[in-house]
Ligand binder design. Structure first.
Ligand SMILES: [Zn+2]
Length: 268
C-alpha cells in the first residue's frame, strides 16, 4: 500500500517542531494527523482522492488542520468510538463515523486497520497499512505518539497512562510491523522497529525504578520525587517532568508498590 508522509510545521513541544501527516493507500486514501496546513500537504491532498480522515489522538499538533482538509476533500471523518464529542471539541468537526480496535477503513489499496494504542492519550490509536499485494514492501504502522526513533514521548498525568502505554508498546512489538511512521521525527524500519519499542519499554521501567527508589528513600511530594528521579536540569521542562512523575506514581499505586493520595507518596 502506498504511504506518503508530509512533515508540517506545528506548535508542539516535540523537539522536531513538526508533525508527520500520512496518506495511506490510494483512490481513495486515508489522511492521518493533519496537524497543520502547509503548501506541501495541500499539494499532496490535491494530488489524489482522499476518502477518509482520521487522527491518532486529539492533541493540537495532530488535529490543527482537520477542519481545513475535511472541507477540502469531503472525506469521511472518523473518530474513536466513545470519543466523538471530544473529537468534535478538539477539531471543530463532527465525525461521520466511529472506529474501534480492528476497524477496517477501506482504501483503493486495501483496508487500513485501526490498532488501539492508548497511553500517551486515552484515545490514542495507530493505523496499520498492509504491504502491496505481493507483500514485498512489508507493512507500515502510522503510530502517532506511541513511539519515536530517538528520545521518548510524553506520558504525563492526568491524561497519560503508563500501564496502558507499556501494554501498547508490547502489543505493537508482538505485531512486529516492518516500518513505524511516528508523528514526530524519522521513520523506523526493519530490525530497528522492535529495538525501538524495547528501548521505549526499558526507558519507562528505568524511570519507574527511580521513582520507586525515591519514594522508598523518603521523597513524599512530586517535586521531591522529581528531584531524585531525574539527574538532568529540569528548569525548562519541570512541569512535564512532574506530570510524568505523577503518571508513574499512579501506576505504582495501582500496583501496590507505593501509597499515593495525589499529594503525598510513601512506601506501602
Ligand atoms: Zn500527543
Amino acid at each position: 500500500m502506498p504511504v506518503t508522509t508530509v512533515s508540517v510545521p506545528v506548535e508542539t513541544r516535540a523537539s522536531t517542531g513538526e508533525t508527520t501527516a500520512c496518506l495511506l493507500g490510494a483512490e481513495p486514501a486515508v489522511l492521518v494527523d493533519p496537524g497543520a496546513a502547509s503548501d506541501p500537504l495541500d499539494e499532496a491532498v490535491a494530488g489524489r482522492e482522499v476518502g477518509h480522515l482520521a487522527v491518532t489522538h486529539h492533541h493540537p499538533d495532530h488535529v490543527g488542520a482537520v477542519e481545513r482538509y475535511a472541507a477540502r476533500t469531503g472525506a469521511t471523518v472518523w473518530a474513536r468510538v466513545g470519543r466523538a464529542d471530544a473529537f468534535a471539541a478538539a477539531t471543530g468537526v463532527t465525525p461521520d463515523r466511529t472506529f474501534a480496535d480492528g476497524t477496517a477503513i477501506p482504501t483503493g489499496s486495501g483496508p487500513v486497520r485501526v490498532v488501539d494504542t492508548p497511553g500517551h492519550a486515552p484515545e490514542h490509536v495507530a493505523f496499520a497499512s498492509p504491504g502491496s499485494p505481493d507483500a514485498l514492501d512489508g507493512w507500515t504502522l502510522a503510530c502517532g505518539d506511541l513511539a519515536v526513533a530517538d528520545g521518548s514521548v510524553a506520558v504525563a498525568a492526568p491524561e497519560g497512562d503508563l500501564r496502558a502505554y507499556l501494554t501498547s508498546l508490547r502489543r505493537v512489538h508482538a505485531m512486529a510491523p516492518d516500518r513505524l511512521v511516528p508523528a514526530h521525527g524519522p521513520a523506523v524500519e526493519g530490525e530497528d522497529v522492535r529495538a525501538t519499542l524495547r528501548r521505549l519499554v526499558a526507558h519507562r521501567l528505568d524511570r519507574e525504578r527511580r521513582v520507586r527508589a525515591a519514594v522508598e528513600g523518603g521523597a513524599e511530594t512530586v517535586t521531591a520525587v522529581c528531584d531524585r528521579a531525574y539527574e538532568t536540569d529540569l528548569s525548562r521542562v519541570r512541569d512535564l517532568a512532574e506530570a510524568t512523575v505523577r503518571a508513574h506514581l499512579e501506576k505504582l499505586a495501582v500496583e501496590d508498590h507505593v501509597r499515593w493520595d495525589g499529594q503525598r507518596a510513601s512506601p506501602p
